[in-house]
Design a protein. Structure first.
Length: 410
């Protein structure tokens, strides 16, 4: 790859209006989501009466209680929520399916549905009386009266049957009810989490994960606009740039355009991240911790660069095959599915999703559980972006030699 050619492509792209609009969108999104100042982590103190927040639980009784509680509330409302592909869907069941759910609830509680309704009302009224003048959150104020010793295997069978009725994206899929079940943190748990944030994450790492979460959302869409602009440059250029581009080998030309686009997206991301990075260093100092700017940017680069590589590569390929409008439309559709499929769990949702989520400052134990999965996820999308680049070079070279794809040539 020619340094001179790369420099020329960097200058051409940096002069385009599209580029500065893309940077403005990234900057505006981060400012509106994170703001000008970060929330300061507080060291937990003993005797704060259960105000340490919630933590994901592995207690099988609590997991069952919370899942059956959600099912009972939806049964009472005669309406069930599902999020197929991330989009909300209200589900109405037929009488036979409703009867099955009624039977499941009655067996799990050892009570009739009428007794469960009366028990629910009594618990909500008791909560209101004990907190006069305060709004009562019905979901959290109600504890489902699970039969003592209820088998977890039976619970799993129940949830599988219910999710079959409701469809994909319900709260009764195993991934949902296992990840969503919570319990109040004890002082010891809060203290342990705090020490990990200070000592292992050096504070800055904890904030970096949250910043990466927001950057991942916007970087999953905006690079395609710049990629389409760069890929279509020759078609909108005058004679001199066209002649210049045809004197350069396809692999050098497309490779330099791809690399320049990636660099011109990554550099402003690093600069935009500097503000929360510095703030996290200040917070670390307040907590008598040793913050690490290097660790912060290891997260930023490792988390966001694969997304830029993938979206840019996809944008180049789709533009070369179908044109800029199609490339943008395809990426917008892909982005919607990627974003909404990541809303099931905002902390530790990875899998093979383009937008890994970690929308919190803290939960180091959750991150430890997903870090290997996250690494493979990022390597996958980075590799896919490079593959898209390779295919784009082949298509570009074929077309510039007179070949036609879908009736189009250069």
């Amino acid at each position: 790859m020619s340094i001179k050619l790369l420099g020329k492509e960097l200058k051409l792209t940096a002069k385009s209006l599209t580029y500065w609009l893309v940077i403005g969108v990234i900057f505006g999104f981060i400012m509106t989501q994170i703001g000008m100042s970060l929330r300061v982590i507080q060291e937990p103190k003993p005797g704060e009466d259960g105000s340490y927040g919630m933590i994901r639980t592995e207690n099988k009784e609590l997991i069952q209680q919370q899942a059956y509680r959600a099912l009972f509330l939806e049964y009472q409302a005669e309406s069930y929520q599902a999020y197929p592909f991330g989009f909300y869907k209200e589900v109405k069941l037929d009488s036979k399916e409703e009867q099955t759910i009624r039977t499941i609830l009655e067996k799990a509680a050892g009570k009739t549905i009428e007794e469960l309704a009366a028990d629910y009302t009594a618990q909500i009224e008791a909560a209101a009386q004990s907190n006069p003048g305060e709004a009562v959150m019905e979901n959290s104020s109600y504890t489902f009266p699970l039969v003592k010793g209820h088998a977890f295997s039976q619970f799993e069978e129940d949830m599988q049957e219910v999710s079959g009725f409701i469809g994909k994206g319900s709260a009764y899929e195993k991934n949902s009810y296992m990840n969503d079940a919570e319990e109040p943190m004890t002082y010891e748990q809060a203290r342990k989490q705090y020490r990990k944030i200070v000592e292992k994450d050096k504070v800055t790492g904890a904030y970096a994960r949250m910043v990466c979460d927001y950057l991942g959302i916007i970087l999953a869409i905006v690079p395609v606009f710049l990629a389409a602009t760069v890929a279509l440059r020759d078609r909108r250029a005058k004679a001199a740039p066209i002649i210049y581009s045809r004197l350069v080998a396809s692999i050098r030309l497309v490779g330099c355009r791809y690399s320049s686009t990636v660099l011109l997206l990554l550099i402003p991301v690093l600069l935009i991240s500097l503000m929360p990075a510095v703030q996290s260093l200040v917070i670390a100092d307040k907590l008598n911790a040793t913050g690490s700017l290097l660790l912060f940017y290891q997260y930023i680069i490792g988390w966001t660069l694969p997304t830029i590589l993938f979206v840019t590569g996809l944008g180049f390929l789709m533009t070369e095959l179908f044109g800029g409008i199609t490339a943008i439309a395809v990426q917008i559709i892909f982005w919607f599915f990627a974003l909404f499929s990541s809303t099931d769990t905002l902390n530790g949702s990875v899998g093979w999703k383009l937008i890994p989520r970690f929308n919190t400052v803290g939960l180091p134990e959750v991150f430890e559980q997903i870090v290997q999965e996250l690494i493979w996820n990022r390597l996958f999308y980075a590799g896919l972006g490079i593959i898209f680049l390779g295919v784009t070079i082949l298509v570009f070279d074929y077309k510039r030699k007179g070949g036609r794809i879908l009736g189009k040539s250069i």
